[in-house]
Design a protein around this ligand. Structure first.
Ligand code: UDP
Ligand code: MG
Length: 328
């Protein structure tokens, strides 16, 4: 079995690749890293070319000579970083899996520290770019993203979206990533009961090319944020989510109705022909609708949870096939 798989998603990073390869292979061949593993150390590097149009795949082809550990998955078009990671995870055979960016911003020297922390008994060790070398236009939105994710997920990490992460095999097997969900890997892992932590890592300024994540990714990212929060926090308790909205809406509508009624009988104001009356009725109906949607969701999810969907740690005395069935 391979000890360590390194997955590198990349999109138009031609200029960075030779230096990245040199740095990465130097780090992987260092005795520090080998010492983190019990068995004889072996590694593979899986580069996932996410539909580059700048000839990145050609450069990787050249870098492969003399490096049998370097492997390449090539997408025909650009699917996004999450899909690239997902494909890499599917192929990686390492007992430990590390992900890192291709643009020389992540430092391969940190891999040993990540693995060492993993060995303390964690399932995911995420990098924390404590001194981040990016322009303000990136660090500000990222601070906001980390703050909201921290608040809504309740997970106390400083940096959810660092490219450098180390996973153990069980977590690598159980992650199912799509959309822009790479940002929420710690949230998904923690939700499944995996032990998640972070360590500070060095971060370098981008040397070549430009960042691939601008404002255009904001909206898809926001929707993924909502769906991740929904899945991890509310899917099992839909009644709590819809019920709260329903109750709020229903009570607001009821108060408006009451207000209109009091005005009619005590102050002789006509109830009809008034926008506020329509608003009241609308809110009451909306409230009842939300409430019943939540109830329906609750009934469905309680049925579902009788049929598995758990996240179970593999044990020595049960065949993997049984555990896999339960984890489905
Ligand atoms: N990336 C990718 N597919 C994409 C966009 C980015 O594989 O559609 C890769 C990119 O080449 C890099 C990593 O994801 O290796 C992080 O991207 P980037 O450096 O642009 O993000 P930033 O560091 O600016 O947040
Ligand atoms: Mg970068």
């Amino acid at each position: 079995m391979t000890s360590l798989s390194v997955i590198v998603p990349l999109y138009n990073e031609r200029e960075s690749l030779p230096e990245l390869c040199a740095q990465l292979f130097a780090a992987l061949n260092s005795p520090d890293l080998a010492r983190c593993f019990d068995a004889p150390f072996s590694f593979e590097v899986i580069m996932v070319d996410d539909g580059s149009t700048d000839g990145s795949d050609k450069v990787i082809g050249e870098l492969m000579t003399g490096r049998p550990e370097l492997k390449l998955i090539s997408f025909r078009r650009n699917y996004g970083k999450t899909e690239a990671l997902s494909a890499g995870l599917r192929v990686a055979s390492g007992e430990v899996v590390v992900t890192m960016d291709a643009d020389l911003q992540d430092d391969p020297q940190e891999i040993a520290a990540l693995v060492m922390k993993l060995n303390e008994g964690f399932d995911l060790v995420s990098g924390w770019k404590r001194e981040r070398n990016d322009p303000l236009s990136k660090t500000m939105p990222s601070k906001l993203f980390n703050l909201t994710t921290r608040i809504f997920s309740g997970i106390q990490l400083h940096d959810f979206n660092c490219g450098l992460k180390a996973f153990n095999r069980e977590l690598a097997d159980s992650l199912d990533l799509h959309g822009e969900m790479h940002r929420y890997i710690p949230v998904l892992a923690k939700w499944k009961g995996f032990r998640v932590t972070e360590i500070p890592v060095r971060h370098h300024a981008r040397k070549f090319g430009t960042s691939k994540f601008g404002v255009s990714r904001f909206l898809p990212g926001l929707f993924d944020f909502l769906s991740v929060m929904f899945i991890t926090r509310y899917l099992r308790r839909p009644m709590h989510f819809f019920g709260m909205m329903g109750l709020g809406s229903f009570l607001a509508g009821l108060s408006i109705g009451l207000y209109v009624t009091i005005e009619k009988y005590f102050f002789n104001q006509p109830a009809g022909n008034r926008p506020i009356l329509f608003l009241g009725i609308l809110l009451i109906i909306l409230g009842v609708q939300f409430f019943s949607t939540g109830l329906l969701g609750e009934m469905l999810s309680s049925r579902q949870s009788q049929h598995g969907g758990w996240s179970i740690r593999k044990t020595a005395n049960l065949p993997d096939t049984i555990i896999d069935k339960l984890n489905e």
